[in-house]
Write a protein that binds this ligand. Structure first.
Ligand code: GCO
Ligand code: MN
Ligand code: MN
Ligand code: MN
Length: 386
């Protein structure tokens, strides 16, 4: 019942199940897995696809012949398992050259190197058939506003994206770009810190139609925002090109927990939203296992991400089929047809009708909405007692 089907398009990054458990205070706790080993692990847990940063696959200092043999081995693992590569991205944050950002570095040489590195990573992604290209500007920000002018940062970021859109089109790549916002970490502040900010910025780009967003549960939660609302805004704008699923407690460090590990209720509403609208893009888990885990724990983590999504999807179906819940929701919208017709788009007739109508303000204010009951029923449904 909770087995993944290809239609769910569950994906993981090489960097997620491949995470060795290093943190700012401690050394790795797990042995690195090679890309083919990761592909086989993902196939075993039921994933549909695998994504990568350029340097997850090809080390930054690999020789051309090393590159060739890595690509051959990875391709072999994909062929053996049937996994696909729907998304690729660039590591513009690990190397010290990017300590002050990549596309928004104050140093023009770094900005140019970031373009060169991204073009090469786009070539690599295209070789594997990737159609989504993610931009997560992890270091595109600052610690001190004395050091960087945010207006210049935005201008440089726009220039880079315009350049890379042109490059993608000129190469005949089928990429759609997905911009991923994060409020902070590893920088003190990261530019364009929320999905809403990205959506506004996208409209200023030369090829805005090929650029959308890759919202992440943890990132909006770190910003103290309601993730499902951010996703709804992206859907409404036709810009939900990709999504990063994981979990996070508000007000903590960047946790990257297993999907729905922390906030069952918020993630239930997220899954319900995605399922209700028939979102058909990849469902990407950008998370990693607790540092306490060995290889078995990593598999438990990956299976848990998939299973939790499917359990919440099943709960969403139950919510939609629950007569009492649906009855309460329908009741909320039941008013006399003549009154209902007063709300809607602009027309001279509606203006006249509105001006003539006398509203029962006291009655409107006195009406109980039943949200306590709705929320409790939701809780009981989620807890399996309904
Ligand atoms: C993070 C980010 C990254 C990006 C990844 C792909 O907080 O570390 O979410 O994992 O999603 O670099 O762009
Ligand atoms: Mn993240
Ligand atoms: Mn992270
Ligand atoms: Mn992410």
């Amino acid at each position: 019942m909770y087995d993944a089907q290809p239609a769910h398009k569950f994906t993981f990054g090489l960097w997620t199940v491949g995470n060795v458990g290093r943190d700012p205070f401690g050394e790795p706790v797990r042995k690195p897995l090679s890309p083919p080993e990761i592909v086989h692990l993902l196939a075993e847990v039921g994933a549909w696809g695998v994504n990568f940063h350029d340097n997850d696959l090809i080390p930054i200092d690999a020789t051309p012949s090393e590159r060739d043999s890595i690509i051959k081995a990875f391709r072999g693992a994909l062929a053996e398992t049937g996994l696909v590569v729907p998304m690729a991205t660039t590591n513009l944050f690990s190397h010290p050259a990017f300590k002050d950002g990549a596309f928004t570095s104050n140093d023009p040489a770094v900005r140019a190197y970031a373009l060169q590195k991204t073009m090469a990573a786009m070539d690599l992604g295209a070789e594997f058939g990737a159609t989504t290209y993610v931009f997560w500007g992890g270091r595109e920000g600052s610690e001190s506003d004395a050091a960087k002018n945010p207006l210049e940062g935005l201008k440089w970021f726009r220039e880079a994206l315009n350049f890379l859109c042109e490059y993608s089109l000129a190469q005949g790549y089928n990429y759609r770009f997905a911009l991923e916002a994060k409020p902070n970490e590893p920088r003190g502040d990261i530019f364009l810190p929320t999905t809403g900010a990205m959506l506004g910025f996208i409209e200023t780009l030369d090829h805005s139609a090929m650029v959308g967003v890759n919202p992440e549960v943890a990132h909006e939660t770190m910003a103290g925002l309601n993730f499902a609302h951010a996703v709804a805004q992206a859907l409404d704008a036709g810009k939900l090109f990709h999504i990063d699923l994981n979990d996070q407690a508000s007000g903590r460090y960047d946790q990257d927990f297993r999907f729905a590990a922390h906030n069952y209720k918020q993630n239930f509403f997220l899954v319900k939203l995605l399922e209700d609208v028939g979102y058909d893009g990849p469902r990407h888990f950008d998370a990693h296992a607790y540092r306490s885990e060995d290889l078995q724990g990593v598999k438990d983590f990956a299976r848990g991400c998939i299973r939790s999504y499917l359990i919440l999807a099943e709960k969403a179906r139950r919510f939609n089929a629950d007569a009492e819940i649906q009855g309460l929701l329908a009741e909320l919208k039941t008013v006399e047809p003549a009154v209902a017709a007063l709300a809607g788009s602009y027309s001279p007739e509606r203006v006249a009708a509105l001006k003539a109508h006398e509203f029962d303000r006291t009655g409107l204010g006195a009406r109980g909405l039943g949200y306590e009951k709705l929320d409790q029923l939701t809780f009981e449904l989620l807890m399996g007692v309904r």
